[in-house]
Design a protein around this ligand. Structure first.
Ligand code: ADP
Ligand code: MG
Length: 253
């Protein structure tokens, strides 16, 4: 396979005496949607924030797009997209003004209208972040990751708390971003989402990666151990009923 776009080796993060990340190693390849899964407290956000240069590691080696996190954090920052907090800091600005402001900070010539169009928020350009629905806010947050035309974006639980329509809508957006060549690292608690969206996933627990593979391979491996699900007699589930009855269109305007 090609050189990985992200390579993490023996990454350790201690908060005082507490060992949050206990020597994890993984590679991410260009154009992948790579999922980090695991129960609360597993160390997913800590791992992401270290890769995003927002948190210092205790030890280990992190290479991103050919740059060493220890030597060239500035080069890494230029190549990655991080979700920005927009609602709290600048409540007076509308979506277009927020994008223009961040574009200025990044020294980027960004077409705000085009970017809002890409995340299906063109008609909300004059709205404030606090006036958006949960799904719209997440789409806006994803738009902010794209301002500096990054090679890699990091999404930490982007679909948590969203209704099924908004969640599906966000999957489409994420797939769309990937199809334009951007590598995506995402955390989620939704297994159906990871199964549908991610090319490969790492499952973390208590600061360690306990398995890393494609969702398909993980399922096949489990089945090969003789595991069998309790008999499935129904050909649909409650989420299918919900989507069937209420449709796939987003309802948030
Ligand atoms: P996850 O995102 O998988 O839920 P986190 O990376 O947020 O996990 O947290 C991993 C562990 O590290 C948790 O036990 C959490 O309480 C602890 N932790 C996170 N941030 C800090 C911090 N700034 N100081 C001390 N402990 C922290
Ligand atoms: Mg987290």
């Amino acid at each position: 396979m090609a050189e990985p776009i992200i390579s993490v080796k023996e990454l350790i993060k201690n908060y005082g005496d507490f060992k949050a990340v206990k020597g994890i190693s993984f590679d991410v390849y260009e154009g992948e949607i790579f999922g980090l899964l695991g129960p609360n407290g597993a160390g997913k956000s800590t791992t992401l924030e270290i890769m995003e240069t927002l948190k210092a590691k205790t030890s280990g080696k992190v290479m991103i797009d050919g740059f060493d996190l220890d030597k060239s954090p500035g080069e890494i920052k230029k190549r990655i997209g991080v979700q920005l907090q927009t609602s709290g800091f600048y409540p007076g600005l509308n979506l277009k003004e927020l994008i223009d402001m961040f574009a200025g900070l990044y020294n980027q010539d960004t077409n705000a209208a085009e970017l809002l169009q890409k995340v299906n928020l063109a008609d909300k350009a004059k709205s404030k972040a606090k006036e958006l629905s949960g799904g719209q806010r997440q789409r806006f947050s994803i738009a902010t990751t794209l301002i500096n035309k990054p090679r890699i974006i990091f999404l930490d639980e982007p679909t948590t708390g969203l209704d099924p329509q908004a969640r599906r809508n966000l999957w489409d957006l994420i797939r769309d971003i990937r199809s334009s060549g951007t590598t995506i690292i995402i955390t989620t608690h939704y297994m159906d989402e990871a199964e549908q969206l991610c090319d490969r996933i790492a499952i973390m627990d208590e600061g360690k990666i306990i398995t890393l593979d494609s969702p398909d391979k993980m399922i096949d491996d489990l089945v090969a151990t003789g595991f069998e699900r309790p008999k499935q007699v129904k050909h649909a589930n409650l989420e299918d009923v919900f989507i069937h009855l209420t449709g796939k269109e987003i309802r948030e305007s």
